[in-house]
Structure formats: structure tokens, C-alpha cells
Design a protein around this ligand. Structure first.
Ligand SMILES: Cc1ncc(COP(=O)(O)O)c(C=O)c1O
Length: 504
């Protein structure tokens, strides 16, 4: 028989609301298992007869039988015909089980991680904004997404492919989607893509991680824009690459730095990361002579250009410049695209258009990250693009976002003119605003966050903490796409209060 305390402990475990989702026999089995693992029930100790235990607990004998059978099947107890059940000789007490190590102040003790693991944790990852609050950058408007159309196309996919759509996708992506992507970017972005060169991924973030690990070894140098997209920088840091910041001006990255570095032993790098259509965060467009110069650099030095074309669908003054990939006859450019902004972030579909020689290495490497992308969304998206819905959605949203950009620029000039100057972008979903007064950026971002407003500080996107003479850099990015004009107005007024309080 159980001692009184043991019986009470079993009763408490069974009655604990935290375990309420499990059936009674499973709760009883876990409660007894716990007593064994804690050492409360020693090896060889007899267990109560099932009828007696059922009576003491007020449960049916079947429930106890079922718990005992499971304990027996898992090796915790032995059952001997005629003499009953005993804690098995195999069952050992696990010292300190169930109690993760804590520090003196009760925090979880730091786990022992690799240096890379520590660096990733310290870096904080790429925080995506779950519920878009104003002015989370890069978040699209999803409330007006044509869900009925998406649902209809998904139903068609399931009807046509049946249970085949439940199987694995080829790791490179489903053929109809690769075809649709190639046709779209050839037409809209002036790319040179074929379906055979498209690798469908879950995001541009995944593309950046693949580039970082497949093209370079830890310790090797990579040229990055300064300031730079933090997601790229973190992917490169996590891969152990040495990021070499290259300054920008109004025409984008100063590519002559790459050419000069190539002449100095130890300063060259084989890869450059660029956001040429719409530099993140400044909004600059890489000038044509620099595009041609970077292509020539890549040809001469067998370098790679990583072109992150993350939001070029949204250009508000005529057509955006064609992508670098389409200008490059030497196949040194890797083009990265995403549907996070043009459709919706939950879709989790991004892609790369690769030089032929990189298709197999990148595809094989992606199988080690996540195998492949989910087939049903891929096939639905292919239909969405082929049926003209993607083009129509982008056109609608372009007009919506252009208006929101103008509204935000007006609101910033009206309500925040004492604190910041807006740098109104020609495209994209966010507006950089630089401080014109001495305002501590970190405090501004934190106070705004407490007031329900998300801002991305500009300073941390810069490589060095000291600005070049005459270069203003403190400020923030304000995303404007996800909120209607009246919502933008409420938030700007609130932000004005926050900044006013900081300046007092
Ligand atoms: C420059 C840049 N690249 C890529 C992304 C992210 O795209 P994805 O969700 O596909 O990783 C963002 C998102 O803010 C971005 O600003």
C-alpha cells in the first residue's frame, strides 16, 4: 500500500488543474511515475493492488489497470502473476529532476551555448512585429487582403492535386510557382530569370542565412552597406563573417571602396550585400554607373553580389529601376525577393534567383535548414500570380501606400516639426526621420514603445557609433503601410507628446 503522504501526493497530482487536459488514467500513470523518478518509491517497492488503489482514490479499477499497464510497458514497474506489481529494478531516481537550475535570484541559469549561440542570443534575433502597431517598419496592410480569392484558389489546388498536395515539395520549390516568379520578375523587375534558377524559400531571411553559409567561411569578409538592414547583418554575424561596412551617399553604396579595397592585400572581400532599388534604411537608389561598376568588380574578382530587392513593388514615382541581376551578363548576382511585403508576412514565401552554378549548392543546403516550403501555399500563390490577382493587389496597395506616405509626411511636418525632419521616400513602406534636436534616440524609442508605438532606431543600423562629420544619423524609421490615415494621425499626435515630454 502507499504511505499516506504518497497517496496524498498522487491525489494532488491528479487534481492539479495544470494536468486537467489529460485523461484520468494518464494522470495517474504520470503521478506514480513521478514518485518513482523522485525516489519516493524505491526500486523493488510493491505497489498497491489495483482494486485497493482504485478504492482509495475513488476511481474505477479499469483506470488503475490502464495506468499500471502503461507503467509496465514503459519499464517502470514489473508485474508478477500472483504477487502483484513492484517498482522495476531498472527504474532509477533522477537527481534534481524537474528542477531547472536557477541563479540565487531565481532566474534560469545561463545554459552553456556555443559562442555562436551566445552571439545570436545577445543579438536578439530579428524581432518581427506580431500585432502591427504604428509605426512598425516594413509591415504591410493585411486587413484588405482579398481572402475570398485566396480561399477559392486554395480550394482549387486541393481539388486538383488532392492528397498529392499533402506530400513533400521538391526542395527547390513547386514548378508552377518557380515559373510564375520567373515570369513576374522578368517582366516587372527586368531580371534574367528562368524557372530552373529560382529557389523557393520561406523568407529573405532564410536566403541571407544560406548566402552567408554557402558562399563564405567563418572569418571571411563581406562588404555591407553602412547603415545596413539589421536582419542581413545579424545573419552574417551569426555565420561568423567579418562585415566590412561601406559608406553610402545619395546614390547608394560608394562602390569605389570595393575597387580600392581590391588593390590592398587583406582588405578585399568576395561578396557584397546590397539593397540597390531602395536602400534600407536610407531609401537611396543605387546609381546606374555604380550598378555597372559593382558588376564589373564581381566579374574581375569572381565575387558575388547579393541583391536584396525586398520592397520594390512599392515605388511611387514611375517605375523603379530595373534590378542589378538583369544587368549582369556574368552571372555573379544572387537576387533575393519576398512576398512578406507585397502580400502578407504569414505566407512565409521568399525566393532567390541564382546563377546556374549555385542552384545545386543552395538547394542542397536548404534541405538541411527546413527541407522545403509547404506545397499548398506555393501552389495557391502560383495561381494567385498567374490569375493576375497578384498584379492587381500590388497596384491597389501601391495607391493605398502612396497616400499613406503623403499623409504621414504631412502629419510629421505638422506635429513633429520641432523634433525631426522626415526623409520622404520615393518607395517602400517606411519613412526615415532624423532628429533635429538633441534627443536620446534609445529613450525616444523606449518611451514610444510604452505608449503603444513601435519605432526602429536608426543609430543601431550604422556600423560605427561615431557619425561622419556633418552626417545626422540619430532618428527612427516610421512604417506607414499598415495603418489608415486616421490611425496614423492618432499615433503621430501621441508620438508628439512622447517627444515633447523627453525635451522638457
Ligand atoms: C531589407 C529587407 N530585407 C528583407 C526583409 C524581410 O523579408 P522576409 O520576411 O522575407 O525575411 C525586410 C523586412 O523588413 C527588409 O527590410
Amino acid at each position: 500500500m502507499f504511505k499516506h503522504a504518497q497517496l496524498e501526493s498522487v491525489k494532488a497530482w491528479i487534481g492539479d488543474p495544470a494536468h486537467g487536459a489529460w485523461p484520468l488514467h494518464a494522470r495517474l500513470q504520470r503521478a506514480i511515475r513521478q514518485l518513482i523518478l523522485d525516489g519516493t518509491l524505491d526500486r523493488g517497492r510493491p505497489l498497491p493492488a489495483s482494486r485497493a488503489l482504485a478504492k482509495s482514490l475513488g476511481v474505477s479499477r479499469d483506470t488503475v489497470e490502464s495506468a499500471y499497464s502503461q507503467l509496465h510497458a514503459e519499464g517502470f514497474i514489473e508485474r508478477r502473476v500472483g504477487s502483484g506489481s513492484f517498482v522495476s529494478a531498472q527504474a532509477q531516481r533522477l537527481p534534481g529532476r524537474g528542477k531547472p537550475q536557477r541563479t540565487a535570484v531565481g532566474r534560469l541559469a545561463a545554459p552553456s551555448l556555443s559562442q555562436r549561440g551566445h552571439a545570436m542570443l545577445q543579438g536578439g534575433g530579428v524581432r518581427d512585429f506580431l500585432m502591427p502597431r504604428p509605426f512598425a517598419p516594413g509591415v504591410p496592410e493585411t486587413r484588405s487582403f482579398p481572402l475570398p480569392t485566396w480561399e477559392r484558389l486554395q480550394r482549387q489546388v486541393l481539388k486538383e492535386h488532392g492528397t498529392l498536395a499533402l506530400l513533400h515539395s521538391p526542395p527547390q520549390g513547386m514548378a508552377p510557382l518557380r515559373r510564375a516568379i520567373a515570369d513576374y520578375i522578368n517582366l516587372e523587375r527586368g531580371a534574367r530569370a528562368t524557372p530552373e534558377r529560382v529557389l523557393v524559400l520561406t523568407s529573405s531571411q532564410q536566403a541571407l542565412t544560406l548566402c552567408a553559409t554557402v558562399l563564405l567561411d567563418a572569418g571571411e569578409r563581406i562588404f555591407i552597406e553602412d547603415p545596413v538592414y539589421h536582419g542581413a547583418r545579424k545573419a552574417f554575424d551569426a555565420a561568423g563573417l567579418a562585415c566590412v561596412p561601406v559608406p553610402l551617399d545619395a546614390d547608394g553604396m560608394q562602390v569605389d571602396h570595393l575597387l580600392a579595397a581590391a588593390q590592398v592585400p587583406g582588405e578585399a572581400a568576395r561578396v557584397v550585400f546590397l539593397t540597390p532599388s531602395h536602400q534600407f534604411p536610407s531609401g537611396a537608389t543605387l546609381a546606374l554607373d555604380r550598378r555597372l561598376a559593382v558588376i564589373e568588380w564581381a566579374r574581375q574578382h569572381q565575387g558575388w553580389i547579393i541583391e536584396d530587392d525586398y520592397d520594390s513593388e512599392f515605388h511611387y514615382a514611375g517605375k523603379p529601376t530595373a534590378c542589378v541581376q538583369g544587368l549582369d551578363p556574368h552571372e555573379r548576382t544572387i537576387y533575393i525577393g519576398t512576398f512578406t511585403k507585397s502580400l502578407f508576412p504569414g505566407l512565409r514565401i521568399g525566393y532567390m534567383v541564382l546563377p546556374e552554378a549555385l542552384v545545386a549548392p543552395m538547394t542542397v543546403a536548404r534541405t538541411l535548414l527546413d527541407g522545403h516550403s509547404a506545397p499548398i501555399p506555393q501552389l495557391t500563390l502560383a495561381r494567385f500570380i498567374e490569375g493576375g490577382h497578384f498584379g492587381a493587389h500590388v497596384r491597389t496597395m501601391r495607391a493605398v501606400y502612396a497616400e499613406r506616405r503623403d499623409v504621414l509626411a504631412r502629419l510629421v511636418r505638422q506635429h513633429l516639426a520641432d523634433f525631426v525632419e522626415p526623409r520622404v521616400p520615393t518607395g517602400g513602406m517606411q519613412m526615415p526621420c532624423v532628429f533635429i534636436r538633441d534627443i536620446p534616440e534609445h529613450e525616444a524609442v523606449e518611451s514610444a514603445r510604452r505608449a503603444g508605438i513601435d519605432l526602429l532606431g536608426l543609430t543601431a543600423l550604422h556600423a560605427s557609433s561615431r557619425p561622419a562629420p556633418g552626417q545626422a544619423r540619430a532618428g527612427f524609421l516610421m512604417g506607414f503601410a499598415a495603418h489608415a490615415p486616421h490611425e496614423l494621425e492618432v499615433a503621430v499626435r501621441k508620438l508628439a507628446d512622447v517627444l515633447r515630454a523627453l525635451c522638457r
